[in-house]
Design a protein around this ligand. Structure first.
Ligand SMILES: *[C@@H]1O[C@H](CO)[C@@H](O)[C@H](O)[C@H]1NC(C)=O
Ligand SMILES: *[C@@H]1O[C@H](CO)[C@@H](O)[C@H](O)[C@H]1NC(C)=O
Ligand SMILES: *[C@@H]1O[C@H](CO)[C@@H](O)[C@H](O)[C@H]1NC(C)=O
Ligand SMILES: *[C@@H]1O[C@H](CO)[C@@H](O)[C@H](O)[C@H]1NC(C)=O
Ligand SMILES: *[C@@H]1O[C@H](CO)[C@@H](O)[C@H](O)[C@H]1NC(C)=O
Ligand SMILES: *[C@@H]1O[C@H](CO)[C@@H](O)[C@H](O)[C@H]1NC(C)=O
Ligand SMILES: *[C@@H]1O[C@H](CO)[C@@H](O)[C@H](O)[C@H]1NC(C)=O
Length: 461
């Protein structure tokens, strides 16, 4: 690969370049013929129907199709002050995204391979969107792409098939590797562990199998790790807790098993955690979630957790989404969820074995727009106003709770089919719903299934 000569390389921004030109009589450098020709070859490879050479006959750094970007570089010799100015292609984006990003459009005959990019010694980014949909193209050897690459982004290319090789580890400058919605099979290569500068690894929606290699857990700069919707199996190594910069961890819809690693609690910056629909087995909802104060979304649905919903919500007031559907939960829904989770928009507790009444506090949750409680064994009167019910509308799901009742006024409102399926509250037999609060200690009265908290301080705020 084109390694840079022993010269200091400065990238000139355009402003600096313009200033420089105004006091030095130098003409703007043109793209060298090798790169110019290589751009045409890439464009023709993805779309042979467009006459690229006649549409863009001039220097491609001065007048290029959308999606081809250049930068100007000055090479400065440290010994004799001799400077040379050059232009190089730094970004190539392929596949029409929108009128705001009208990249060169792909066709059903589009192809692409690594050797087409070999002449671009300064290339920092390749972006390919919906180029291989019905046309099958084998995943070329990423390892032979230019080593200067910092971003390699392939999105929605289901026809891109094959497996990742260990050689991807050659791309040492890579900060983003995105290969989502492709037909990639096989294992995650161990060589990925060499990409020490990687900040984003997104391999979602492929057919990747095997375990998550421990090498991935050495990538200390990772901020986004998204391996969702693949066929990954095995346990997640505790070293996942070493990725302390992570903001987003999505391992949902795989076949991962074993316990939910306790070390996840080391991810103090984590905002998004999705482990849903795997085969994780845990003794209850992990208590350490209560120490992950940056969390905004946490989804654990479709794993067997079991146990009661713990009282861990006190420091999680930033949470907007919680998914605990189909997790084998038993017992009552703690009022503390309604007390502390003031910003919650999405709450899924459906298809569990939850019982008791719905906490009054849920009716005061201002931002809720999806609330799934169906198929539990909840009882008593709904604590919701007509306003709340009409706001959440069809995304309020309550059916399959035979003991739950709604006041007549709510039932006849046409906003939610779910409400009409509930029985009407019998005013004489209504379970008193006065829920009072006292720190975290709760007393369960088995006879009435009413959770009683002592003291009311939190209710007043
Ligand atoms: C390089 O620049 C320095 C300071 O501007 C000057 O003293 C020196 O003579 C220059 N060298 C050459 C080979 O021009
Ligand atoms: C400066 O660079 C140019 C182009 O690379 C070269 O032709 C020239 O001989 C160099 N001059 C010196 C003094 O090194
Ligand atoms: C890559 O594609 C170019 C142009 O389509 C073709 O000429 C070349 O043979 C291909 N190389 C490989 C290794 O497939
Ligand atoms: C994670 O960190 C621990 C403690 O520093 C270390 O022993 C372990 O080897 C690290 N794991 C990986 C995969 O680097
Ligand atoms: C996790 O990875 C480390 C480092 O490779 C290894 O020593 C350890 O056995 C692994 N733990 C499990 C549970 O596989
Ligand atoms: C549902 O809760 C009621 C009390 O409200 C209880 O009698 C019944 O056994 C529970 N049903 C199931 C299936 O757990
Ligand atoms: C609810 O919808 C039914 C038909 O689906 C209609 O007959 C009834 O008048 C509606 N009720 C209200 C209060 O809008």
């Amino acid at each position: 690969m084109a390694s840079l000569p022993k010269l200091t390389v400065l990238v000139l921004n355009f402003y600096f370049w313009a200033n420089f030109m105004s006091c030095n009589v130098v003409s703007q450098p043109v793209l060298n013929m090798v790169e110019q020709e290589a751009v045409y070859n890439v464009l023709e490879s993805i779309n042979f129907d467009v006459p690229w050479r006649s549409l863009f006959p001039d220097d491609l750094c001065s007048s290029s199709p959308h999606g081809v970007l250049c930068d100007y570089f000055v090479l400065q010799d440290n010994n004799n002050n001799n400077s040379t100015f050059t232009a190089h292609v730094t970004e190539i984006s392929l596949g029409y995204v929108s009128d705001y990003a009208p990249n060169p459009p792909c066709t059903p005959k589009s192809t692409l391979n690594a050797s087409l990019f070999a002449p671009f010694g300064y290339l920092r980014k390749i972006f390919v969107y919906k180029c291989f949909v019905k046309n099958e193209v084998s995943l070329f050897d990423f390892g032979s792409l230019p080593e200067s690459l910092e971003e390699l982004v392939f999105m929605e290319n289901p026809g891109l098939v094959g497996s990742l090789s260990d050689k991807v580890g050659n791309l040492m400058s890579l900060r983003r590797l995105v290969l989502s919605g492709s037909g990639v099979k096989g294992k995650i290569p161990y060589g990925l562990g060499s990409l020490v500068n990687l900040e984003q690894l997104s391999l979602s929606r492929n057919k990747i199998s095997g375990e998550i290699p421990v090498g991935v857990m050495t990538l200390k700069k990772l901020k986004v790790l998204d391996l969702s919707q693949n066929e990954l199996g095995g346990a997640v190594n505790e070293s996942i807790g070493n990725l302390t910069q992570l903001l987003k961890l999505d391992l949902s819809y795989n076949r991962l098993c074993g316990g939910i690693p306790e070390n996840l609690k080391g991810l103090k910056s984590l905002e998004f955690l999705d482990l849903s629909y795997n085969s994780f087995f845990n003794c209850g909802v992990p208590l350490f979630l209560g120490e992950m104060h940056s969390l905004r979304e946490v989804y654990l649905s479709g794993n067997f957790l079991g146990g009661e919903i713990p009282e861990i919500w006190e420091n999680l007031g930033g949470i907007v989404g919680i998914g605990l559907s189909r997790t084998g939960l038993i017992g009552n829904i703690p009022a503390s969820m309604g007390v502390y989770l003031k910003k919650i928009c999405y709450l899924g507790l459906d298809n569990n074995k939850l019982e008791g009444t719905l906490p009054e506090e849920f009716g005061a949750l201002e931002y809720v727009n999806e609330l799934y409680l169906e198929n539990n064994n909840l009882s008593g009167r709904l604590p919701f106003s007509a306003k709340f019910v009409s706001k959440v509308g069809q995304k309020l799901k309550l059916e399959g709770n035979p003991q739950l009742c709604a006041d007549e006024g709510l039932r006849i409102s046409n906003v939610s089919v779910s409400l009409r399926l509930l029985k009407m509250c019998n005013n004489n037999a209504v379970v008193p719903n006065s829920v009072q609060f006292s720190g975290a200690s709760l007393v369960l009265l088995p006879a009435s299934h009413v959770v009683i908290f002592l003291g009311i301080s939190f209710l007043l705020c």
